[in-house]
Design a protein around this ligand. Structure first.
Ligand SMILES: Cc1ncc(COP(=O)(O)O)c(C=O)c1O
Length: 402
């Protein structure tokens, strides 16, 4: 049967890399490619206890339809927590609960993008956001991401165009690079937004994961330009991803339209898991739990950086990062997607840099995840990667490749 799909869906090609990664379900393969939190750190017992106490308290209301904006108690709690952490006044009616922050990317696309509008994105950027925006047929404009944040002159130029609707950025421990904006860059981005009268979609799933003993600023750009920013937070990396819970903070005029778009999408986010999370945050200390995650990830990241430096030190440059879930590195004289078949043969996978680029840049870069592996797997994976690189170099000598 010849199905008559929409032009939009027909225009989106399945990613070559994702197809390749599908081949890697083999248990032997050590995957640095994913972006999964460490399941050992999910608070199973605490969630069980919170669920039981919620059942005891609220039997009748647990399974009814609920409001699109989300659980009132949870919205109050998020507003208060964010206001305190970012030294800004946010009220609960500026908060909407979403089904993972991924849904916010879609809803923002729905309410802002007309076909051929321009959306500015960091280069490189999070694939899932690009995919969400593409459903609304914008022109995506890359803005270079330097090691202290986005290139301000370039951003200014793009935001000055009438066609530009918003800038999408991840200022804290970015996916894929781990880059965090300096304080100065945060202020300058806020200035560009105010001067251009444009908005930013500030995606912050990793800001809560700053490693102990480090001091990078994670002050939200929202707090510097509250009329010009839609802030997105997520419980996926600081609690559990399977609940699919995130939140948006935005000016109420924007929330009103997001609510309309969300009603059409799913009426409301699963109210049962919202109630469990609310019970959890009321009866447990989320910050203590986040401290456990940060301490564990900091150790694993350090361990992996040392392993890479030991085995591949002369071939790579690792970008420094003090939080999040990824190592981003340049491998000299390599086309990372061509290295992939060699890596699969050695039972290890990663994501080639060009997967995060609209202009096929970063071909000699790769993203490696360190959160969902144990120390032995990290060791073995890095050794396998080195073997893959040696085999690749035999077929592609450095002089010829660079
Ligand atoms: C930058 C970024 N934004 C958004 C998401 C989506 O997260 P979730 O929908 O689980 O909140 C992810 C997931 O990895 C991400 O890396």
């Amino acid at each position: 049967m010849d199905y008559q799909f929409s032009d939009v869906i027909n225009s989106i090609e399945p990613s070559f890399i994702r197809e390749m990664l599908k081949l890697t379900t083999n248990k032997e393969i050590i995957s640095f490619a994913g972006g999964l939190p460490d399941p050992q750190l999910f608070p199973y017992e605490d969630i069980k206890n919170a669920t039981n106490s919620m059942f005891a308290k609220h039997k009748e209301s647990l399974f009814q339809y609920s409001t699109t904006e989300g659980h009132q108690g949870l919205r109050d709690w998020i507003a208060a927590r964010f206001s305190k952490a970012h030294d800004v006044e946010v009220s609960a009616d500026q908060v909407m609960i979403v089904s993972g922050s991924q849904q916010a990317l879609d809803l923002v696309g729905k309410i802002f993008i007309n076909p051929q509008d321009t959306v500015a994105v960091e280069s490189p950027s999070y694939l899932g956001a690009i995919q969400a925006f593409k459903m609304y047929s914008p022109k995506l404009q890359e803005v270079h991401l330097a090691t202290d944040g986005v290139d301000i002159e370039q951003l200014q130029r793009v935001m000055a165009s009438e066609k530009t609707k918003f800038f999408y950025g991840i200022p804290n421990f970015q996916n894929p690079t781990g880059i965090t904006y300096s304080e100065d860059k945060r202020r300058r981005v806020a200035d560009v937004l105010k001067a251009s009268g444009k908005i930013m979609l500030e995606d912050d799933p990793y800001g809560g994961l700053r490693f102990p003993g480090t001091s990078d600023s994670t002050q939200s750009i929202y707090s510097l330009a509250p009329d010009n920013v839609i802030y997105m937070g997520s419980f996926s990396k600081i609690f559990v991803p399977g609940f699919r819970l995130g939140w948006v903070i935005a000016p109420t005029k924007i929330i009103t339209n997001l609510v309309i778009a969300k009603q059409a999408a799913d009426l409301h986010t699963n109210s049962f898991v919202q109630a469990i999370l609310y019970e959890y945050v009321k009866t447990h200390n989320l910050d203590e739990h986040i401290d456990l995650i940060k301490t564990d990830y900091a150790k694993k990241k350090q361990y992996m950086v040392e392993a890479i430096n030991t085995h591949m030190g002369d071939a790579i440059d690792i970008y420094p990062t003090n939080g999040g879930m990824f190592i981003w590195m340049k491998v000299h004289g390599v086309i990372a997607s061509d290295l992939m078949p060699y890596a699969i043969k050695q039972n290890v996978v990663f994501v080639p840099g060009e997967a995060f680029s609209l202009s096929k840049g970063y071909q000699d870069h790769m993203r490696l995840n360190f959160t969902n592996l144990d120390y032995d797997q990290i060791d073995q994976g890095v050794i396998n990667l080195k073997q893959a690189l040696l085999a690749y170099r035999q077929d592609n000598p450095l002089e010829a490749a660079s």
